[in-house]
Design a protein around this ligand. Sequence first.
Ligand SMILES: Nc1ncnc2c1ncn2[C@@H]1O[C@H](COP(=O)(O)OP(=O)(O)OP(=O)(O)O)[C@@H](O)[C@H]1O
Length: 271
Amino acid sequence: MSDRGLNGMDDRVLVFDSIGQDFPSPGQRTPVRVLDGISFEVDRGKFIAVIGPSGCGKSTLLHMAAGLLFPTRGSVHHRGHNVTSVNTEVGFVPQQAQLLPWKTLFENVELPLVLRGVSAPERQKRVTDVLRSVGLLGFEQHFPSQLSGGMQKRGSIARTLVYRPDVILMDEPFGALDAQTRMVMQSDLQTLSVEAGATVIFVTHDITEAVLLADNVVVLSQRPSKLLANIAIDLPRPRNMFEPFKNPGFDAAYDAVWTEFRSQIQVGQIH
Ligand SMILES: Nc1ncnc2c1ncn2[C@@H]1O[C@H](COP(=O)(O)OP(=O)(O)OP(=O)(O)O)[C@@H](O)[C@H]1O
């Protein structure tokens, strides 16, 4: 890897370098090749969407960045260091909200700070700040069962944002939400990530979501998955999440992603 960036500074936060992954396949002698030579970089403050057919290995890439899994071939580097153990500097927002049902919203969001030994007054301030930023102030003492699905999702995102991870990994975080809540969450995520200058990798099946949120869309093929394209999305921000087609340049950006993606979708007829 060579250095890059202005004044010798390297903007690359994460580098996926020629990643290959084979998994043992139950009942089969030979392993299944899931990922095959995937390389891309994630620069500081950038929002990267990863899109690809079901089972192509999108979640597997996130697990590698989090140090929960190590590639069969190639390597993942975080700020220049090979990821060889659990990477505590990244935050993970899974598909399901997974707030602890026996803890209040405040206690749930506070938990990562407790685990990191942050003082009680500092915890109070940071939890309050992050709950305000996700629109949940006033619900601190609610238990998850007393919150809507969208509110639980906000809580889950708050619980990740509160410890200010260097990179936020999001695995289809809005997949289970209804269409309206999803648009609101997308809009809020755009605001939050832009304001915080967050570095995000966001896995989705949804081309519109990818185009609206991302600075770059990484398109993966079917298994064994290769990188089909890494498409820069230059639409001005803030982007209108509620009326995608009103964003100047949206059609062309969508088309660029769809052109790569369509060959990977097995449907009877696509014209
Ligand atoms: N720990 C594991 N052991 C064996 N096989 C695995 C393991 N983890 C993932 N796989 C397999 O690797 C493939 C890719 O899984 P992964 O969850 O990364 O795909 P994905 O692109 O995120 O899928 P989806 O879009 O459906 O969520 C799947 O076939 C899955 O069965």
